[in-house]
Design a protein around this ligand. Structure first.
Ligand code: HEC
Ligand code: HEC
Length: 297
């Protein structure tokens, strides 16, 4: 803030306070009576008249108190232009102090749970740790995976034991720490529209859905040639590549004919953001334990 605007704000603020104080004393001075009186001020509105009473003492003192409070506040805290106040308070360093305090308080708690394995955190005696993981999941993950972890279109369900990348504690932890990029290439140009629909029919037949048998038969050969490198010869998926199982009727991007055809035609690129710069290892450990608990009841 420039010195001019700082002075401008300060002058107006102080002028308003002093103006109000002057008004208070000026009206008090012009009072005719120092005690309650039966005298009227002289005007009437709809037959309502006003006694010419002095300001009540309590009211006068409260007004003065407010003025003093205001001035003391403006000396101690920021309020007058760019003057920072004698206490040096800022919302930012208050926040930092609170964070530092929280860090101090929770550090031993996190350290305690960091030494307990993800499997052991599932035991009833570690329920508190798992609850902490749940709350952090709510703050950091629920926007995408849902508050119960059940996912949505494009965001995997974390409760069903069907994994893109794997459900072992170390794998879940790696997913959260480093993030993941799903890479399903688009096949529209390679297969043509007929080819896309044939392969989609074949893919759907793998999970036992009613499809055009001839189309599925035509699609099978193309699937073997183009898709098994990632999805596996049995089409049950390859977790190293994040390529999903196509035989279990669980779909990340929807299992209707049109949705599957769309996936094959245009490809997909799901992105799980890395959290290593957002969350400490100890926090990721507890979130991992919570995610693990969702499918290992
Ligand atoms: C911006 C949205 C977003 C946020 C936030 C997010 N995720 Fe994800 N997550 C995804 C997407 C999308 C995928 C699927 C990636 C893919 O398609 O390859 C995924 C995948 C995963 C997987 C792998 C699932 C599997 O089947 O292997 C796990 C585990 C996971 N997320 C846990 C978490 C946790 C825990 C958090 C919070 C710390 C979190 N995610 C935050 C979007 C998100
Ligand atoms: C380079 C490896 C790769 C190849 C080759 C590949 N896929 Fe995929 N596919 C993936 C990955 C990785 C995903 C998951 C994408 C994501 O997580 O966003 C996927 C997702 C899918 C899905 C979505 C599944 C769901 O649950 O919604 C379908 C369907 C699919 N692939 C079919 C095929 C077909 C058919 C072919 C051959 C024409 C093929 N893929 C070839 C890697 C591949």
């Amino acid at each position: 803030m420039s010195a001019f605007w700082s002075a401008w704000v300060s002058v107006i603020t102080l002028a308003v306070i002093l103006g109000c104080t002057w008004l208070l004393f000026a009206t008090r001075k012009s009072q005719k009576f120092n005690d309650t009186t039966e005298e009227k001020v002289g005007h009437a509105f709809d037959g309502i008249e006003e006694y010419d009473n002095p300001l009540p003492q309590w009211w006068f003192k409260m007004f003065l108190g407010t003025v003093i409070f205001g001035l003391v506040y403006l000396v101690l805290y920021p309020g007058l232009g760019s003057f920072q106040g004698l206490l040096g308070w800022t919302s930012h360093n208050q926040w930092e102090e609170e964070m530092a305090h929280a860090e101090e308080v929770y550090k031993p708690v996190f350290a305690k749970y960091a030494a307990i394995s993800v499997e052991e955190l599932q035991l009833p005696e570690n329920e508190k740790g798992l609850k902490m993981g749940q709350r952090m999941f709510g703050n950091n993950c629920a926007v995408c995976h849902g508050s119960a972890g059940t996912g949505a279109h494009g965001f995997p369900n974390l409760t069903d034991n069907d994994w893109l990348y794997g459900g072992a504690p170390a794998t879940i932890k790696a997913t959260i720490t480093n993030g993941r990029n799903g890479g399903m290439p688009p096949w529209g140009a390679v297969l043509g529209e007929e080819g896309v629909r044939d392969v989609a029919s074949y893919v759907l037949s793998l999970s036992g859905q009613e499809v055009d048998k001839d189309a599925a038969a035509r699609g099978q050969g193309q699937f073997q040639a183009l898709c098994t490198a990632c999805h596996g010869t049995d089409a049950k998926g390859v977790q190293m590549l994040g390529a999903p199982n196509l035989t279990d009727n669980i779909w990340l991007y929807g299992g209707t004919f049109e949705k599957v055809a769309h996936t094959i035609r245009n490809g997909r690129a799901g992105m799980m953001p890395a959290h290593k710069d957002l969350l400490s290892d100890e926090k990721i450990h507890l979130i991992t334990a919570y995610v693990y608990s969702l499918s290992n009841k």
